[in-house]
Design a protein around this ligand. Structure first.
Ligand code: FES
Length: 74
């Protein structure tokens, strides 16, 4: 099963699928435990107090994302 990333319009990146092979690490290389998760929501507004995960704060701050996906040439 593939890993899917759904870009929410004004919220997180929702990652779902077979997460058993997915690894997440912070800038220092410290791994983030996602074992047993069926899906995760990664913060992209920068305001979560539970980074790298979304905690819903994007709604409170009125986060507006840029384009969900930018087309590339080629
Ligand atoms: S995207 Fe939800 S708290 Fe940042």
């Amino acid at each position: 099963m593939a890993i899917n990333i759904l870009i929410k319009k004004t919220g997180p990146y929702v990652v779902s699928g077979d997460l058993s092979q997915l690894e997440i690490a912070d800038a220092d290389g410290k791994k983030v435990d996602i074992s047993g998760k069926q899906a995760i929501a990664l913060c992209r507004c920068g305001a979560s107090t539970n980074k790298p995960f979304c905690d819903g704060t994007h709604s409170k701050i009125g986060f507006l994302a840029a384009e969900a996906a930018v087309k590339t040439e080629g």
